[in-house]
Write a protein that binds this ligand. Sequence first.
Ligand code: AMP
Length: 414
Amino acid sequence: MQFSEFGLDERILEGIDAMGYETATPVQEQVMIPILEGKDIIASAQTGTGKTAAFLLPLLHKLITESHDEHHINAMIIVPTRELAVQIAENLEALSYFTSVSSIAVYGGGDGSSFVTEKKALSSGADIVICTPGRMIAHMNMGYVKTQELKYLVLDEADRMLDMGFHDDLMRIISKLPAKRQNLLFSATMPAKMRELARKILHNPAEINIAVSKPPEQIVQEAFIVYEPQKMPLIKNLLSSRDFQSVIIFCSSKQSVKQLAQSLKRANFSIEEIHSDLDQQKREQVLLDFRNKRLKILVATDVLSRGIDIEDIDLVINFDVPHDGEDYIHRIGRTARAASTGTAYTLVSEPEQYKFARIEQLLGHPVTKAPVPQQFGETPAYNPKARRDGGRQKRPGHPQRKGPPPRHRRQREN
Ligand code: AMP
């Protein structure tokens, strides 16, 4: 689903565009509409699914389009750790770049000056406050936190907060908030104590459950961090490095399937391609040859990543990084079926690093970065965060009412 279909404010769409998000993730598709409709929600969704933007985007839209008092706190996002607070603040800073929504991250462990900055924002108002429970209690105990007008409460990674013993702190914070507010609860798991908490604080919530599968453990996953032009020669090198019996190479588009297939044929590899431009008969023939092991290497689009059951594939190569974690899991799940072992290589170019880091987040661990053979020369460092930010400065923890960015200003002056 395209972000424009949610009816989000133009300034938010600009932020989404600047972040490079193309389409909404499944969590975003399911969560954003009920939030925009004003419903409470309880969603089981893990990190890496795009859940942060799933609540930030509708919150931003509501703050921009509905009247609110700038001298109070309008939305509070409570999270278990300082790291998560910083991460959400960074995300918010980027997504709200073209708006004038103000925000501050409030978490422990800083110096005295950050406490003073936080105090100032909490007593004079900030549209969105992202906080850890202990630090918020410390401020609330001093009596200046302006929560009387609060409209939105988000509990993120709520199961972790309960595991860390924050139940009573949470209830104390919530007791200071207006009873009439919209509540959004996110949790990777839903143990009984979570349901109990949900019963206490949510009103008639929409329940959203996004189960994310995990790849089988016996798959050896490796990534090669390369420049785009290094991919083609590296594939040839990988295919020649061991005697693989059955290999699928996935590409995201028909064009790249065709180009790669042509190049591999020229290099005398026994390969065929499969994508939606082939007629049904040809596709079936290719698949049959592949199943019967008459054909060793298949270059395919994602058409083949779901549903088609082929046994004994020993190598899957992702020529490019799949759009999302689910696609990755489906692609690599073609190998190591039926308890055998398998290998999955992913070739990651510089612009794809950020997308790959998202997949690693969803997997819950980094994928081993394999050394690229020396003959390929210099390769880029793996630094997905720097590549995503594109050098844009963000300062989580500093309350700001942002004016329009320079590009915007210039357009207005003309
Ligand atoms: P989260 O699950 O919120 O931690 O998000 C994981 C990563 O996915 C973050 O780096 C987000 O910036 C990114 N992300 C969120 N939504 C999208 C989207 N629709 N398309 C691409 N990336 C996204």
